[in-house]
Design a protein around this ligand. Sequence first.
Ligand code: SAH
Ligand code: SF4
Length: 366
Amino acid sequence: MNEAVKHNLLGLDAEGLARFCATLGEKPFRVRQLLRWIHQAGEADFASMSDLSKPLRDKLAQTACVAAPQIVGDTPAEDGTRKWLVKVDGANAVESVFIPETSRATLCVSSQAGCVLDCSFCATGKQGFNRNLTSAEIIGQLWFANKILGVERRADRIISNVVFMGMGEPMLNLDHVIPALRLMLDDNAYGLSRRRVTVSTSGVIPGMDRLRDECPVALAVSLHAPNDALRDELVPVNRKYPLRELLAACQRYLEKAPRDFVTFEYVMLEGVNDSEALAREAAALAGRVRCKYNLIPFNPFGASGYRRSSPERIRRFAEILQRAGVTVTTRKTRGDDIAAACGQLAGDVADRTRRSARLALKEVRP
Ligand code: SAH
Ligand code: SF4
C-alpha cells in the first residue's frame, strides 16, 4: 500500500485509534500500547514495537504509518527560545516555538497555515490563509519537540505546557484541534493537565462553546481593546462577535474550565490602546467576568504601522488595573531576535485568499 493511502496513526486520539483497531479486528487494549509507543517512546516504526505480535506489526506496516511533518528549520535565540519551521506540505510551513523557563517548558503550537481573521497587528494575519492543519500536523509539533529535546537532554517528555498561540485561530479548526488536545491530555500519550494546555482565541464564540462542551482546557482570549469601537478596528472578528456576547461566552466557558478565570491578552500598541482612560475601561470590564490580564508588548514586524508602547506606559496601564483589584502580568518578550515572539510567526504560507495580493494592490494605489 502506498504511504499516501495508509492511515496516519499520529493524529488519532484514543477513540480514533480504537476505531482503527476495530477495523483490523484488534482488541481495544492495543490502543494503550500504540499510544505509548507513538507518543511516549516517539516510535514511528511498527517493527520496533516489541510488545505487539509479529502478525500485528506486519498488518500495521501494511495499512498504517506514523508520519509527522518535517522540521526544516531550527533557530535558537539568545534567551534559549527556539523556533522550528515545520513543513506541512509542498507549499506551506508553519512555526512552533519552544520557550524554556525555570520551572516549566512551554511549546507554542500553530493550528492553521495562516489565518483568515486579519487582526491589524499580527504577522500571521497579514499573510492570509491557506488551510487548516490536520491533528497529525498539530500533535506532530509536540511529538517532534519532545523527540528532539529528549535526545539532546537525555530525558523524556520535556514539554510541560502547551499554548495554542502560534499561527492560526484554533477555534476555526476544532475538528483537528480537539483530537490533538485529547492526545496532549491522555495519560498514555503526553499526560498534561488541562490547566497546562491553553487555547488562545480572538473570540470565535461558537468555537468557545464547542470547546467548553467537548474538551475544556485553559482559555486565553485576545481582547486587545475594552470597547467595541476600538476592538472592531484591531480584531475584526469583533464585528461578528461583539464584546457583550464575548463576555457572556467567557462566563459559559468558565462553568466547565479547569481554571476559574479567563486570561485576557492585551497587546500594547503605542498611542492606540494604551491610554489611562482605556486602562480604566479595561478594569471595569474585569468586573463582568473572572479574568486576569496579560499585557503583551507589541512585537514589531515588517510594515506593521504600529509601535510598541514604552515600558513606562505599560507599567502605568498595569498599575491602573492593579489598583482596581485586577490581576495583571506583563509578558516577557521571548525570542524576538529570531522573530519567534507572539505575532511574529509567519512561516511560509501559500495564501489561498489572495489577501497579500489585495494588500499589495492597496499599498500601490494613490
Ligand atoms: N489566533 C489566536 C491565537 C494565535 S495569536 C488569537 O488571536 O488569540 C497569539 C497571541 O499573540 C494573540 O493574543 C495575538 O493577539 C497576539 N499577537 C498577534 N500579533 C502580535 C504582535 N505583533 N505582537 C504581540 N502579540 C501579538
Ligand atoms: Fe489570526 Fe490570532 Fe493573528 Fe488575529 S492574532 S490574525 S486571530 S492568528
